[in-house]
Write a protein that binds this ligand. Sequence first.
Ligand code: EPZ
Length: 421
Amino acid sequence: MDRILIRGGRPLSGAIAIGGAKNAALPLMAAGLLTEERLTLENVPRLEDIRTMASLLAQHGIAVEWGPEKKTLGLGGRITSTEAPYDIVRKMRASVLVLGPLLARCGEARVSLPGGCAIGTRPVDLHLKGLEQMGAVIRIEGGYIVASVAGRLRGAEIVLPFPSVGATENLLMAASLAEGQTIIANAAREPEIGDLAECLAAMGARVSGIGGDRLVIEGATKLHGACHAIIPDRIETGTYLCAAAIAGGEIDLRGARLGDVAALARALDDAGVEISETATGILARRRNGLAGVDVMTEPYPGFPTDMQAQFMALMSVAEGAAMITETIFENRFMHVPELNRMGARVNVHGASAIVRGVPHLSGAPVMATDLRASVSLVLAGLAARGETVVSRVYHLDRGYEAVEAKLAACGADIERIAEDR
Ligand code: EPZ
């Protein structure tokens, strides 16, 4: 397996182009199941998770074609199978997003239950309860969700007990082909959901309340093809903001949207990082030391759980202490022992971690169990003295496009070591 080698201590300077959002692209690809016409997605990131979703769609009979410039994905074709097999779903939990579209379009779906993962148990009960309210009959059989509906799904008023991102997306897609009106109250408000709703609207669905916590969808009998450009990745943006902050220097994030990373930008500002909006994106600059800042992860527009590990790496070299509380996933501190191996002083008590800043980290061989944890170790490596080798790079490849090339272009001493070396 490839590894990433970083020799720390170099400030960054330059520009990084932010790609399309992975977590918007995945549900948007699932939305391709809602129409027999062609859905064209632009600004699609070239990532392992996207390839996994493409193979799942291919298994359903959908033709998935990359455009010549490789950032455009065309989806279309007849659904020939309503089964999402365990072999694909176990690789990527977002596969469960095909459930709502398949059920709405074909009246049946057999989707493997995703099971737990490194960051928590992650049940899908809210997805299933919402679909049941819309008339679906669901049973669990042999590890699979087996769902069916006689005729069309019916509009319903669904109040989510928690604003789950995935449940909101699945229900939004199902509702767009349901009979009558669906209301999703306490809906998640992440920008990726707004992006999905905009695409569904372009496909002929009538969705109001986009961006808010109450989505109202008037179901259509049929959706048509559309062309939709995916929003920039706010977590990739946030990760490089933290890179500039931890390494020092100045980075220009081209195509990034400050409004989507407001909670993180506030925390970075409190820590002493200058963040400003430019005509082309966001400029991040750190000249002086960093101060410890407490953060707590929350649903959007709160501080994102997907930035918690990266922010912890940053706080590990800040002056003073920082308390980081994780409220979204119960097991998302897997990066702590690895950061501590690099000399960080982090103690976890339940859902909170106390980070006592140290003057410098020291390079070490490290590994991680999920995507954001892996990239937090890359960030720590940028600031550490000596060499850091991050293994299990396949986690990084699921969600970051050319992370080493983008950082190297800004002056970082970082390279990928191929498996056979
Ligand atoms: C999405 O996951 C993202 N994934 C995650 O990004 C992100 O961390 C998460 O939202 C929170 O922002 C994609 O968009 C593909 P949730 P999702 O449903 O939809 C519990 C990354 O690194 N819950 O909002 O799975 C659940 O267990 C990934 O890119 C239920 O209890 O998140 C969790 O504790 C990791 N029952 C919490 O809600 C349900 O039916 C939030 O989950 C659904 C969720």
